[in-house]
Design a binder for this molecule. Structure first.
Ligand SMILES: Cc1cc2nc3c(=O)[nH]c(=O)nc-3n(C[C@H](O)[C@H](O)[C@H](O)COP(=O)(O)OP(=O)(O)OC[C@H]3O[C@@H](n4cnc5c(N)ncnc54)[C@H](O)[C@@H]3O)c2cc1C
Length: 503
């Protein structure tokens, strides 16, 4: 008892990260056994080392038989979640139930099957928020992430803006979840010490023909619950932002920015504190809906490339499964046998590139947005918490994806410097003194869309049993902007959908 509480004093995520990173696979031997060691000295007196058992590994090469000894402490003092955390990141990829496997399948070649209450696939900001919500409510949660860390997908390639809910049709999920999510996110940041700033935002009409569109945004925002909006004349705007050129602007005082990475680390830490387990470099390869549960076949991410020769490492038999795979949500759904294919929406991808303004004193201290364009919110000004500004994202529709190539190599995130030409002309509509040659390519992100070019922008699509008929499954499609702002509200919605199904 005393020992478990000792482990639970490892509250900070950085401690857990140190612990995971200390899994070392030192060398491999001719008989395919290996030397591994795990050392963590944080801040307890446990110093644990894992040694390989004598004897060869099984033919898969990813299942290990280990002997272990604990110096100044004993293994019972290491609680099970700690084992999972510790073994969650190794150069071989992850067997999500290695510790159980070790005890029950050591000499078997069959793929281990594990009963798990909730499996969340995807550790972007949405999956993390859901993992936290479910684990806070006492559920057993496993998060399966194909990349080697949290938040490396859409969640690390966005504007980090806390939106106020201005643009979305009344009654839409985007409107509801953005407004609820914004309040929840500000409260979370305050409670957990996440860096954020309520900068406020100006949406600008640069020509008088755009004023009716500004008024439409004002009305939509108010009906969505953003009651603090007001229209400003150009003189008022000039007092706030002397470099900004416009005929009228909409002022949203409650828009802001957040350090999204600190936020994600905190969500993960909170989920882990409440018992959630994370598996990295582990992908959902395929799945099946059975009479009793949903089977998720997982293996190392390399296995997504058919020529890798890698296969399924474990089958997770889950009561609840959440598909939070962002850009890959439709691909996940197509690989789940038993999910009606007609429930899967079309998928489109729209890349957005950013340009930065190095070497120029930031000309603005508020977020500046033009009138939205097809596919995006227009080439806007975002600030980071250090006061640096960047412009973007633009909208570049991408071709349809094939399903057969490794998911993690399909997207090109490079920023073509030639795209700057269009940026100069768009930005100079509201910032005429943008110096020539000042823009530098920065980064890009890809929007997971369920509506295509020229179509009205689609709402978030969060499907539960009522929509697709599969008990215990929630699919999240089209979680583009304002997904970051909305994630805590999305998490509550997903929890409610899953638990309704339990009744
Ligand atoms: C250019 C751009 C700007 C944006 N700006 C804002 C903004 O300012 N404010 C705002 O509120 N929102 C913004 N958004 C939206 C926001 O970033 C997203 O809604 C949010 O990050 C989506 O998070 P996610 O967890 O759904 O997806 P992701 O972060 O992509 O996470 C999905 C995870 O699933 C993993 N995965 C995929 N397939 C598998 C598999 N088979 N097995 C295991 N793991 C898998 C991936 O590796 C990934 O880590 C923006 C989006 C873009 C593209």
């Amino acid at each position: 008892m005393g020992s478990l509480s000792r482990l639970k004093t490892l509250k900070r995520t950085s401690d857990w990260r140190t612990l995971r990173r200390n899994v070392q696979f030192n060398s491999f031997r001719a008989d395919r056994s290996f030397v591994a060691s795990v050392t963590f000295g944080i801040p307890s007196d446990i110093d644990l080392r894992i040694q390989p058992a004598s004897g060869p590994l099984d033919s898969g090469g990813t299942h290990f038989r280990l002997d272990y000894s604990a110096k100044s402490g004993d293994l019972e003092r290491v609680n099970q979640p700690a084992w999972r955390q510790m073994l969650g990141r190794g150069s071989q990829g992850f067997n999500p139930n290695l510790h159980r496997y070790l005890s029950s399948h050591a000499s078997s070649t069959q793929v281990p099957r594990e009963r798990v209450e909730c499996v969340i696939v995807g550790a972007g900001v949405v999956g993390l928020a859901i993992a936290r919500e479910l684990s806070l409510r006492g559920r057993e949660v496993w998060v399966i992430e194909g990349a080697t860390d949290i938040g490396t997908g859409i969640s690390s390639r966005n504007s980090e803006v806390i939106h106020a809910g201005l643009y979305y049709p009344k009654g839409s999920l985007k409107a509801k979840l953005c407004v609820e999510g914004k309040d929840a996110l500000y409260a979370y940041c305050q409670e957990y010490g996440i860096p954020f700033k309520k900068t406020g935002k100006l949406v600008v009409a640069t020509q008088s023909q755009q004023i009716p569109m500004l008024e439409n945004i004002l009305n939509a925002g108010k009906s969505n619950g953003a009651h603090d909006l007001r229209l400003l004349e150009s003189n008022d705007v000039r007092n706030m932002e002397p470099e900004l050129e416009c005929v009228k602007a909409l002022w949203s005082p409650s828009s802001g920015i957040v350090d999204s990475h600190s936020f994600m680390i905190s969500l993960q830490a909170d989920a882990e504190e409440h018992g959630a387990s994370f598996a990295y470099n582990t992908s959902m390869l395929r799945g099946a809906v059975t009479k009793r549960n949903i089977e998720i076949h997982v293996g190392s991410t390399e296995a997504l490339t058919p020529s890798s020769g890698k296969g399924v490492d474990a089958v997770l038999c889950a009561n609840y499964v959440v598909n939070a795979t962002g850009l890959y949500a439709q691909s996940f759904a197509r690989n789940l046998d038993g999910l009606p294919v007609d429930s899967i929406p079309a998928s489109h991808f729209a890349r957005g590139c950013y340009f930065s303004l190095p070497g120029v004193k930031a000309p603005f201290s508020h977020l500046i947005y033009p009138i939205p364009e097809d596919g995006g919110l227009g080439c806007h000004v975002t600030l980071d918490l250090g006061g640096q500004i960047r412009f973007g994202p633009d909208v570049q529709w991408l071709p349809e994806l094939t399903n057969s190539v490794s998911l993690f190599t399909q997207f090109d995130y490079s920023v073509d410097p030639k795209r700057a030409d269009r940026f100069y002309s768009e930005i100079r509509k509201y910032y005429p003194s943008l110096p020539d040659g000042s823009l530098q390519p920065s980064y890009s992100g890809i929007r997971p869309k369920i509506s295509g070019p020229g179509q009205p922008s689609a709402d978030f699509l969060i499907q539960g049993e009522k929509d697709h008929g599969v008990r215990g499954l929630v699919n999240l499609y089209g979680i583009e902007s304002p997904g970051l702002t909305s994630c805590l509200a999305i998490a509550k919605t997903v929890h409610a959908m899953l638990m309704d199904q339990e009744c």
